[in-house]
Design a protein around this ligand. Sequence first.
Ligand code: ADP
Ligand code: MG
Length: 252
Amino acid sequence: MSEPARDLILRAVGLDRSFGGIHAIDDVTLEVPRGSLHAVIGPNGSGKTTLFNLITGHTRPHAGRVEFDGHDITGMSYSKVARRGLAKSYQITTVFPLLTVFENVRIAAQAAAHSYVFWRPADGIKAVVRHTEEVLERTGLADERHTIASNLSHGDQRRLDLAIALATSPRLLLLDEPTAGMSPADTAATIELVRELNRDLTVLMIEHKMDVILSIADTITVLHQGSTLFEGTPDEVKSHPEVQEVYLTGSL
Ligand code: ADP
Ligand code: MG
């Protein structure tokens, strides 16, 4: 009955979701071992964001189940899932544009800190500020702490997205195309940051650009028209003829 061989932080089994006549996700199973950097790639429209939304509770699956850290979270709202330690950073930004970088990160840290108990409120505030400083350092935003979010460069706005997700101290971080619209320099810096974050947290990253993840992912799942076309190491994906075909022509 049991197969406790692998320590999975996330297990999505037989997920299925349609929108009208479009079968966006068709019986997809995804297993993410704790500590790994797992990427989901696929052409535009292959179902990546839908899969992501099924995992985070933004979209209800029509079939299948999602387990996070051994608990069934299928159909649970994102706020509940987030409290259990799963955070996302979206293609669409969640930043408060008129607040500073520091305030944006502090608010996220504060929201997550309600689960800690402090003897005095002042200790709680200090801990939140300390944690905010740490996150700004880690994400390379310390120098921009007083900048109003809407005045940041595009690259720094995406970094702020990531910082907000990190401020909640997640155990699993989901990233949907973190390098979308970035310059090559910002893309390289973001990939380096993701690699660094993966040292102490599991990352599930959705990406359209294949070259971006070949250098950092442990395992890559290739989606095509809502189904898993292939799953393997970057080398296996690189040399897989069908994957090449899908990427070159958009179809098989
Ligand atoms: P990707 O992120 O890989 O580009 P998506 O998951 O966004 O792909 O989309 C997969 C398919 O599902 C597409 O055909 C898209 O048009 C469709 N789809 C996604 N979300 C919705 C929705 N809310 N309503 C209708 N169709 C949707
Ligand atoms: Mg998408």
